[in-house]
Write a protein that binds this ligand. Sequence first.
Ligand code: ADP
Ligand code: MG
Length: 680
Amino acid sequence: MSSLFEKSISTLYGVGEKRSALFSRLGITTVGELLRFYPRTYEDFTTPVDINTLKAGDISCIKATLESPVVSTRISGGRLIAHGRVFDQTGFITITFFNNKYIDKMLVSGREYRFYGRVSSSRGGLEMVSPTFSDVEKDSSIHPIYHATSGLTSANIESAVKQALRLLPNEVGEPIPKFILDKYDLASLDFAIRKIHFPENSDELQRAMERLVFEELLVLSLGLRRLKSSKREETSVKLEKDYTDEFYSLLPFKPTKAQLRVTAECISDMIHATSPMNRLIQGDVGSGKTAVAAALCYTVIKNGWQAAFMAPTEILAQQHYEFLSRTLENTGIRVELLSGSVTPAKKRRLYQQLADGDIDLIVGTNAIISEGLEFHALGLAVTDEQHRFGVRQRAKLSSKGEKPHTLVMSATPIPRTLALIIYGDLDISVIDELPPGRKKVSTYLMRSQKRAAMYGFIKDYLDKGFQAFIVCPTVEENELNIASATEYYEKLRDKDFKNYTVGLLHGKMKTKDKDEIMRQFVSGEIQLLVSTTVIEVGVDVPNAVIMAVENAERFGFSQLHQLRGRVGRGGEKSFCFLISDAKGEDTLKRLKTMCRTSNGFEIADMDLKLRGPGDFFGSRQHGLPELHIADLANMEALTLAQKAADEIEHRPQGLMSDDCRYLRAEIRRLFGRVGAEGMN
Ligand code: ADP
Ligand code: MG
């Protein structure tokens, strides 16, 4: 099979230059990749159901006879609509086709067919709209449906796959070692590859899928461990003394039990350590992760080392810097901020002082991982909001020291099994408690027609001296969305809120301008901030008590949760308005769940099930290879794959055993694509 990944797709009959280009749009350049391009879904012609069991919304197959010829009529706009009536022993149903000139020739009255399609209700009964169909004698199989692209249909792909399957060698290089295949009762690769495309029945399809999902998660799991195993090496950063209490006495508040427990877990990793701490702190929005990280930086610095604190945005870096420099003011610890916007001269000075060890704690954006920046003695590398950074960026920060301790922080709680895969050998601590006195943010779902009333509500609060956010959606920070946020802002500034100070913040603004707007908001000069999701991450303005989100349905739930976390940070009762005219029942139900719960785990779970983990990690940027068939939300499969990965690694030769030859090749192939280090 491996060699098929060297064979160009253009060697297939009927795949010329033009078609090759279309295939490459789908990420397919070799025959091997084509075989690994699994169907998006299937049309199952094998199990027809009785017509009288059909319900609107079902996608079903029926075996039925055409009663009389299909009749086409032209409707408004010149569209062609065709109706027919089919029956089986249990009843009748209408079939409807659009814009198919030949349909009356294709279907012969009195003949029996299998029809496959979605059932919907129509005047007085049910109909199947645009079903696919096949002669009952000829075809009773499961048809693959592929992700197509303009100019390349699912049927084109299907015929290419048929050819490719003929090229499969007799001896397919099996990546999964035999003892694992046996133990987990998995189908062979040969079987799986053939049957994932052309299963004869649903059992075969099931077995093929199971096997391929398992393989993909196994490869992922082993590959990630491999990437991270370097961190198990020895560290020279051995701490002698714990300064946690001393640090916490500097704060204006008392740490929560959870903060103390998690701090202690990290300290015990670092005191007299032989290998570097490698820990993830999960804690809901507002649980006080910054203070924990600060306590650890303090301890590391007091033991004679430097610490680095990396945040994903300028705004956040600035805020951390302010908190840390304020807190450490009279301790003799020197804190500096390094962001993309410092002048070259200042930057040079900071580099020098870091290299000389004059700076104890550097806070910044990814400017901290720039080439050429060196530490005198980096002892602890902290990465905040880790899902904004890739594996490699984190690794780069650590590489600035001699095996320093590392700490990553995440406000996106994820289930443990998933965390184990994603974070491989990271230890995990959870801050499962919010500081006292936090009031739950009352969350309401509302239609846009109530917007004026909401503006009135916001004004009442602005009049009392509080502040508010209104967030407009951006999927990517592209021009279009910026324009809409800008327009929205201008309308508010000039009309609805013309007696108030309104500010605008979006990702395409210059850092300097963003910082200035943020500063004005923090200081209270701006009362109402219209923003894109750039404020999503971590920003802390206790005086802001209202968060309104326009087009809430366009956001991920974890994202909404983060946004909502921007308010309710002071002692005051806070509100979140989710504005949406979404019609989908599911969407509404989920938005209502947002109103009911403020439990980050529950929300993350919902997101995971709904949108997959891409949302958390932006899988590519995170350094994860793209998954073709497995779904990281599938906890059972994950658990099994993890277990198998352990079993493979615990054998004397581990992954280097001879029977893992093809497995190694597969890991290389998947991880090669994301530019991860090779493996031999
Ligand atoms: P997150 O975990 O979301 O990063 P932060 O670290 O930004 O949360 O903390 C949120 C707010 O709570 C900050 O204003 C911080 O000063 C405050 N805070 C943190 N810990 C406590 C505590 N134990 N008691 C009271 N306030 C706290
Ligand atoms: Mg934070």
